[in-house]
Ligand binder design. Sequence first.
Ligand code: PGA
Length: 257
Amino acid sequence: MRRKLVAGNWKMNGSLSMADMLISELLPSLVSHQTVQRIDVMLCPPAPYLYSLARQLAGSGVKVGGQTLSEHAAGAFTGEISAQMLCDVGASAVLVGHSERRALFGETNACVAEKFAAAQRQGLLPVLCVGETLQEREADRTWPVVQEQLDAVVSRCGEQAFAAAVIAYEPVWAIGTGVTATPAQAQAVHAQIRAYLRSLDAGSADGVVLLYGGSVKADNAAALFGCPDIDGGLIGGASLEAGQFLAICDAAAGYAD
Ligand code: PGA
């Protein structure tokens, strides 16, 4: 019913030649294994590489997304990138509120909600990232933290906000650490998110794609993606290695038949 999605977040890594090389390794395999017919695949490169990547991937079925965007439409905001600009260069989605943006660039829940709204206004699919720190988990605050992150978007965009969005649950303690949430830990939060979505908008909740992110690798992807409310992954480090990323896509495609 829900299509699996595997999204690669390259963060601030690579170069133009690395991007070209990665695509030349990924594309033939994604096409010959018919992966793109069975699941959605998306790549989120650094902004300067978006245009060239989108052109190379045009017609392949692989989607391209931004890593962040401005909440503003246009104007004197030096260094910022608008939703319209992302669309212009071929992006169809954008990450919003990644934990690194929240922790390192001061993005508050309210600011993330504005960015989410800006993406949707432009017809970009927002991939809203939520998740708790280790300290919050240990204090038994995982759900209140995640709910607050979701609620900020709901109060800005309404109870149907997630009907045209993806949510990525990414426990901060699992991002880039090599420590992955167990399938049971991840599924528990995903189920809470789904139940919460149902309470907001029963009509759309079962169709919302919920990704898990945080040290997803080729050897743990299948167990995570086999959980009933985990619809794929947001992949950081492992998306920079063609073999790893392809194996993760194959793990998701294994549940598509
Ligand atoms: P990681 O990153 O896979 O390297 O843990 C995930 C993310 O930040 O989205």
